[in-house]
Design a protein around this ligand. Structure first.
Ligand SMILES: CC(=O)SCCNC(=O)CCNC(=O)[C@H](O)C(C)(C)COP(=O)(O)OP(=O)(O)OC[C@H]1O[C@@H](n2cnc3c(N)ncnc32)[C@H](O)[C@@H]1OP(=O)(O)O
Ligand SMILES: N[C@@H](CCO)C(=O)O
Length: 382
């Protein structure tokens, strides 16, 4: 059970009393009106965020952790009863040591975990639904800069993330190079490739084709687009793992007593791997909003540091003052290591890519992030 405190940016006294405590508990900041990159304006954007540790006197120990597509601000357990998704990596005495660093994580605008998104009410109390503006990663970091302002953080010691979170970390550096000392980009790229856009489009298309999607305005209906969201997750989850892992884990085995090769008059059972995908789909459907999935997926499709800077070189060339650590999963078939290599050699100070060795593929940035502990603690979080 999370304690929630609503905090208004403009009520600085209340904010000062609440901003640093307790660890891992969801808080809200009303950042006011915001005009999105594409020109639409919403009268109010609230960011849900969590913090761990204490900001030091000169505000030089702040670390921003950016979550991935279906992640959230609950990076580490802290004082909450719920485990965090990077427990063991972020926490007291961990790689990102919350006894030394003040860690901040914000739920991305457009999501469904505490920040304003399509399910949030408009001024008349009706969910934004289909009227929620197209959102980009640049929007995400521009809004997060208001949170940094409110917390008194002029410069992040480090911005850090994997996958969509890595894209957010990189955009932080591109948008605000003077506000980022170190940038850690894991399993992410400088732009979404044609193949990444293609995988994503298959997911958003299947959600939109679910009759229960109702054009995005389903919040007052009895049914929500669970089927479409579940299929989107299945497509996505296959890209997060590898053929080799699925073969070793499941092979062609049947799920329990189910018979995938059915005789006459028999219903067909499932292979284990089908049951596994069904489970991954059901889990996401139980915790995620379909509109948010579309908004965040399309934000990732739009990812291109070059936009507004002429070219990738134009965007990255300005980052001479930022120290980078680029990480990749060696078996990642969604965010190809070659793309991380391209990013690393396109930086003003070209660097090596540090590899997570894992048979899992893209999700290795979640399951095996500890492999970056040594290099992170040697080069960045020293
Ligand atoms: C950045 C973020 O996304 S943070 C937010 C948390 N993120 C997520 O939850 C994302 C979705 N999950 C994932 O991406 C992955 O599950 C990870 C990366 C978190 C964990 O990976 P792994 O430890 O390798 O878990 P794995 O993929 O094996 O899944 C295990 C689940 O599959 C289930 N499972 C395994 N085999 C089968 C099967 N044959 N039939 C049905 N279910 C199965 C397990 O029971 C387990 O269920 P549970 O998660 O409900 O306990
Ligand atoms: N499993 C991760 C992978 C996406 O990067 C997620 O759902 O956010």
């Amino acid at each position: 059970m999370s304690v929630e405190a609503d905090v208004d940016l403009y009520d600085s006294e209340t904010f000062a009393a609440l901003d640093y405590a307790p660890d891992g508990i969801l808080k809200h900041l009303n950042t006011g009106a915001y005009t999105f990159e594409t020109g639409a304006t919403l009268p109010q954007i609230v960011l849900g965020y969590e913090t761990w540790g204490t900001l030091n006197k000169d505000a030089s120990n702040a670390v921003f952790v950016a979550h991935a597509l279906t992640g959230d601000s609950h990076v580490a357990q802290g004082a909450s009863s719920e485990a965090g998704w990077w427990d063991g990596f972020v926490g007291p005495g961990q790689t990102v040591d919350t006894e030394r660093y003040f860690v901040v994580a914000a739920n991305m605008v457009g999501g469904c975990s505490g920040s304003t998104g399509p399910a949030s009410p408009d001024p008349n109390g009706k969910a934004w639904g289909s009227r929620f503006p197209f959102t980009t990663i640049k929007d995400s970091v521009r809004l997060e800069s208001r949170l940094a302002d409110a917390l008194g953080i002029k410069v992040w010691h480090t911005v850090l993330g994997g996958s969509l979170g890595g894209a957010r970390a990189l955009e932080w550096a591109v948008e605000f190079p003077e506000r980022v000392r170190n940038c850690v980009v894991v399993a992410a790229t400088a732009e979404s490739s044609a193949e990444q856009i293609a995988f994503a489009q298959a997911q958003t298309a299947v959600i939109r084709l679910d009759p229960d999607f109702a054009g995005g305005d389903y919040y007052e209906n009895e049914r929500v687009p669970s089927a479409g969201l579940g299929i989107a997750r299945r497509i996505a989850h296959i890209t997060y793992r590898t053929a080799a892992e699925l073969d070793v884990r499941f092979g062609r085995a049947a799920q329990g007593a189910e018979e995938p090769v059915a005789g006459p008059g028999k219903g067909r059972g499932r292979y284990q791997v089908e049951s596994y995908l069904d489970h991954q789909a059901d889990k996401l459907v139980s915790r995620f909003d379909a509109n948010s999935y579309v908004v965040l997926t399309e934000a990732l499709m739009s990812h291109d540091v070059a936009r507004g800077h002429g070219s990738m070189q134009g965007a990255l060339g300005r980052l001479g003052g930022v120290r980078f650590l680029v990480g990749a999963v060696d078996s990642d078939r969604l965010y190809w290591p070659e793309q991380s290599e391209l990013l690393a050699r396109s930086l003003p100070d070209p660097c090596n890519v540090h590899y997570i060795t894992s048979p899992i593929g893209h999700d290795g940035f979640l399951t095996d992030i500890e492999q970056l502990r040594e290099v992170l603690n040697r080069e960045i979080l020293t």
